[in-house]
Design a binder for this molecule. Structure first.
Ligand SMILES: CC(C)C(=O)C(=O)O
Length: 414
């Protein structure tokens, strides 16, 4: 994602820009896999990474190489086979950056580097918890030790690679003055992206956006790094929080396809991208290079490979996201889609909007559906009779299917 006012500049001075001015869309396959019960095979991860690259994602966090041999293999192969790809990225002018997640431990960092180094653009993403809750109960270390470990890790990673992301885990519950201190120190140690996660999904949009405003204002060296948002959806606020962060200076959004992730999931790519897309420049002062028409295809790929169902009313990619059942809505959409649709389904690669027939559907929708099914009735009377029978059936069934309609119509024709 780019600042909107960078658009012309970045076209003309492409090579002079620091990465941190530009990227925003970072999609994480490892966060997707952190959904309980989800494990992708290596070929599945490669396929997803390839689609992410084609759709214009800036950075792909391909996995957590130290977590298993399989993940090391997957990240290495993605770095080698997808890292150099330029298909679909001609306008972007550079391949997708491949990142690997790492604890703040030298052996993890080295292993992560060994996996990502094959990609022309690569990154090591180091995380270490900073909240007192995590320091006291999980890591059992002092704040001083935390700063020391974070800086040593980043300094070491910089000897291997010049693109380092640092995440203070549980930042949403970290003492603000301490957070400013840690982040200032890791900038000095060489971090290039600072990702400030709401690990437990506790923040509200005002709090999360306000946190970035304060961090960017108070952290020494803030203007030399890219600020990044990473939200969990425990309160259903992940997308709202990410958008608020973007409005407060964030230029990298960490997202997953279909919003899958640990517990209630992460911010979903499709929601953030389409929120930016449907609002004027003043609302979100950034632009992105995602091909929105790829959204539905990749959503279906992640659905099939992860086995994680998408709730039917999920925004953008749910089965009902462009379906209309009530008569008033159907009538409106048939007259002009803009009456009830803020996005043209084709814009996100969804085949077409769907008229779903149920008990609140009207005559106009029935007529349209019959035409779609190629059923011709003899006139208005026939339509009226079929409509009455359709309503009687709809009172008994939640959804009247195409088969039901064909049966009703055939019955009436004989
Ligand atoms: C590794 C970090 C960014 C994370 O996943 C979290 O804190 O939620």
């Amino acid at each position: 994602m780019f600042r909107r006012d960078d658009r012309t500049t970045s076209n003309h001075h492409h090579h002079q820009h620091q990465d941190h001015d530009k990227q925003v869309s970072k999609s994480a396959i490892d966060s997707c896999e952190q959904s309980p019960g989800v494990t992708f095979t290596v070929p599945e991860k490669l396929q997803i990474a390839r689609e992410l690259s084609r759709m214009g994602v800036d950075v792909c966090e391909a996995g957590f190489p130290v977590s298993s041999e399989g993940d090391f293999d997957a990240v290495s192969r993605i770095a080698k086979e997808v890292g150099p790809l330029m298909e679909g990225r001609e306008a972007i002018g550079k391949p997708m950056r491949i990142a690997g997640l790492s604890r703040a431990v030298q052996s993890d960092i080295l292993r992560t580097y060994e996996a990502v180094k094959h990609a022309p653009l690569h990154r090591i993403h180091i995380f270490l918890a900073t909240s007192d809750i995590h320091l006291t109960h999980k890591l059992r270390i002092s704040r001083e030790e935390c700063v020391k470990r974070a800086c040593e890790a980043v300094r070491y990673a910089r000897t291997l690679c010049d693109n380092i992301e640092f995440s203070p885990e549980d930042a949403g519950r970290t003492d603000r003055a301490f957070l400013v201190h840690v982040l200032g120190e890791v900038i000095k140690a060489g971090a290039t992206t600072l990702n400030v996660p709401d690990t437990v999904g506790i923040c509200t949009p005002e709090e999360y956006g306000g946190m970035f405003r304060e961090l960017i204002e108070k952290t020494p060296g803030a203007d030399t790094v890219t600020w990044s948002a990473h939200c969990q959806n425990d309160l259903g606020l992940a997308t709202a929080n990410t958008l608020s962060a973007i409005q407060n200076g964030v230029r990298q959004a960490e997202v997953t396809i279909n919003g899958i992730g640990e517990r209630a999931g992460n911010t979903s790519l499709e929601e953030v991208i389409m929120a930016i897309h449907t609002h004027p420049n003043e609302t979100f002062p950034v632009y992105h290079q995602i091909n929105t028409k790829s959204i539905y295809k990749i959503s279906q790929l992640v659905l099939q490979t992860s086995g994680m169902a998408i709730q039917p009313h999920k925004a953008i990619v749910g089965a009902n996201a462009f379906a209309h059942e009530s008569g008033i809505h159907q009538d409106g959409v048939l007259k002009h889609p803009s009456t009830y649709e803020i996005i043209d389904p084709a814009e996100v690669g969804v085949p077409s909007n769907a008229i779903v027939l149920g008990k609140s559907s009207g005559r106009n929708a029935l007529r349209a559906k019959l035409a779609e099914l190629g059923i011709q009735l003899s006139g208005d009377d026939a339509l009226q009779r079929l409509f009455a029978r359709f309503k009687a059936l709809a009172d008994k069934k939640t959804k009247v299917t195409d088969h039901d309609l064909v049966a009703l119509a055939e019955d009436q024709l004989v």
